[in-house]
Design a protein around this ligand. Structure first.
Ligand SMILES: NC(=O)c1ccc[n+]([C@@H]2O[C@H](COP(=O)([O-])OP(=O)(O)OC[C@H]3O[C@@H](n4cnc5c(N)ncnc54)[C@H](OP(=O)(O)O)[C@@H]3O)[C@@H](O)[C@H]2O)c1
Length: 165
């Protein structure tokens, strides 16, 4: 029998989570649907996993099929839940950790992502600032690493713009 923990709101959260990092976009949607059918209600997903659209599509379809209700799922909204409970979620590697030792040249780059660059250009900001601001606007925190003085200063300049993209 599945084990749940009771949160202070009395909501019951399954102590089991479906990870989706590295799940290829062409497989993650079916995997998600199988998981929801199997009564997984706690799903880890993130923008950087580059499969959020497919994860979202699977969830939408299962909600429409009435297999699960939105309010019974613990997804990203966990961040907002934490915030209202006075817990701030910190995003490590918010710039995609381009200097990670295991990076491969063909790996996608968060800082070079065309959509992010487009948003950055619109706001006259850098890609790094857009990524950092994204977390702040979601009531989260970010801890970008830098040893470059210009970048350290630049990364702090994220309190004078608002993204609605
Ligand atoms: N608790 C955990 O499990 C955990 C796990 C991973 C990371 N962390 C923490 O999170 C921190 C951040 O994550 P991370 O180091 O993996 O990666 P990150 O902050 O996503 O990226 C760091 C890389 O981005 C570059 N960078 C920084 N600012 C930039 C800017 N404005 N423009 C262009 N490039 C920029 C840095 O270059 P330069 O340094 O050359 O400027 C570095 O190569 C870590 O250092 C660590 O403290 C914690």
């Amino acid at each position: 029998m599945a084990t749940f923990v009771e949160l202070s709101t009395k909501a019951k959260m399954l102590v089991f989570d479906l990870g989706t990092w590295k799940s290829p976009p062409n497989k993650v949607k079916e995997a998600m649907k199988v998981a929801i059918d199997a009564e997984y209600h706690h799903i880890d997903c993130a923008y950087v996993y580059q499969n959020e659209n497919e994860v979202g599509e699977a969830i939408q379809e299962k909600i429409q099929e009435k297999v699960v209700k939105w309010e019974d799922l613990f997804i990203d909204k966990l961040i907002q839940y934490c915030y209202y409970k006075g817990i701030i979620v910190t995003a490590y590697s918010p710039l995609g950790s381009p200097d990670r030792p295991w990076a491969k040249p063909e790996d996608p780059s968060l800082l070079e992502d065309p959509k992010i660059k487009e948003i950055a250009a619109r706001h006259k900001k850098s890609s790094a600032q857009v990524h950092i601001r994204f977390h702040i606007q979601r009531n989260g925190m970010a801890i970008p690493k830098s040893v470059t003085p210009e970048c350290i200063v630049e990364n702090f300049q994220v309190f004078n713009f608002q993204m609605n993209d």
